[in-house]
Write a protein that binds this ligand. Sequence first.
Ligand code: F6R
Length: 612
Amino acid sequence: MSGIVGYIGKKDAYAVLIHGLNRFEFRGYDSIGTAVLAANEFQIHKHAGRLAAYKEAVGENLPKGNIGIGHSRWATHGIANDINAHPHVSNSGRLAIVHKGIVENHASLKEQLLKEGFEFKSETDTEVLINWIEHIRNANGYNLLESIQIALNQVVGAYSLIILDRDEEAMYAVRKGAQLVIGVGEDEYIVATDSTPINAYTDQVINMEEEDVYRLVPGKEVQVLNLKNIEKTPVIEKLEEALDIIEKDGFAHFMLKEIYEQPKAIVDSYRGRLNATEAWVRLGGITEYRNKLNKASRIIFGACGTSWHAALVGEYLIEEMARIPVEVEYASEFRYRNPIIGSEDVFVAISQSGETADTIAAIELAKEKQALIYGICNTVGSTISRMSHAGSYIHAGQEIGIASTKAFTTQVVILTLMALQLADYRGHISKSQLSTILSELERIPDKIKEILKLDDRIKAIAKEYHEANNFLFLGRGANYPIALEGALKLKEISYIHAEGYPAAEMKHGPIALIDEDMPTVVLATNDSAYDKIVSNIQEVKARKGRVIAIVNEGDTVIKDIADHTIEIPATLEIFAPLLTVVPLQLLAYHIAVWRGADVDSPRNLTKSVTVE
Ligand code: F6R
């Protein structure tokens, strides 16, 4: 997804912008652009394609100046070409903008601007936006800060913006529905979509709040206006991230590194939140809202993609252990319905990035209907974490690979803790059961390490199947969401068509697809549905299908039927998803690598989907 960065200070702005855009390399984008300001002139370079091609196009003659803005674009309005790439400049040539997000009412604003004689070079909503701001300024004679405030009150959408005025040594930053961070250095500011372009220069940051408009001039007091005219005082916080977080540590791809980080990420996610000997679980947000949660008539999960799969595991865990009815909703569907939800319900939003536009809109709707909002996010200070009444961070560490891996497993850990804490509050679990379950949770990181030792074997299986055009993934119970997740991982990074199904549903349609060319991956761990799964495998084999089965160590039954078995350690049934997902992540990864695909930046995908 798009990323924006801006610099004002004493350094070479272009170098800071390129450093920042490099940090966005794994967000997913299709064009790059920068505008550097010097002697009241913008030096603009913008090109469709990747950063390396962009740098080549700029050549040796680098823009010079100490103020600049940069953008990596993921096309929403207008195709990916040089003209639609940002920055965009207003008709007078005075204002330049980079923009992340969307302007929903751009068509009607454009119509008004056209009537007033404005002209447009691109198909973007961004060019409309900067001219709308210019139009407000021209019409009223306000200063730029006020003009931005007034203009944006007439703009519908979720976005973050950085704006420069050719005639001023100042930078303007706006956050509305899309995260924006200001790095505060010595006589300099770096504004960016996240802290990765900032942390090389300073660890002092302002996490901009919703609807804030900042005017930044080095050496002068920061000016803040809020779109709703709320008075604001900027709060400078210390950035907690280590500088080395985004190195690959010798792994070929971030995705592989992140798969291998799961044992540590899982420990980080539960550290300090449980004690197996004393049999307690404590998520701060759940403790704080204990009374309300105890009375909750229903929990509704809202999420997208992989986070939605985690929600399905959460449904299984909470219903199984806490006995609270759960519904799992695609955030994008929920928000466009008239859902039945009220003050006695709890809406749990799950989002790695905390910036997913549909999940944000679903939260707004649930909030309007008085539900308690519980956010489960990875990114500290993200929009969703700020919108929630309570919540828990998953502490997965920064996830860069576009295909989510460690965020998924740590989301599942948090959902497990949530289910256990609620089960404890509601008297559905004894202390000894809780202690047994927590002890097993503490063994999960080591069990994942055992599975990671199977990497070479999985790589060999991947080689045999990497030319397949279609894959089927089957699972039952808590392994059903893992079948969906395995299929999603494979299609995202290898571009192979893959379907995930509850195993029993196979007979109701997908079985027609099975032949020797369509491999089926079956999650066949030794749980309550084991015998049924064995029958499902036999049904596939009877139709000449090839089967890769994920089984528990020592399984002899499936070994004789399936073409390949991947043996993983046994665990409690509720923890099966945390283990079975790992070989599927590795399988997808190796198949993609065998096919020569760009694993960390798959086509058309982006790390956080901030458009609707
Ligand atoms: C898949 C993946 C996406 C995200 C989805 C929601 O590997 O990463 O499906 O899970 O876009 O993103 P978040 O969790 O940031 O809300």
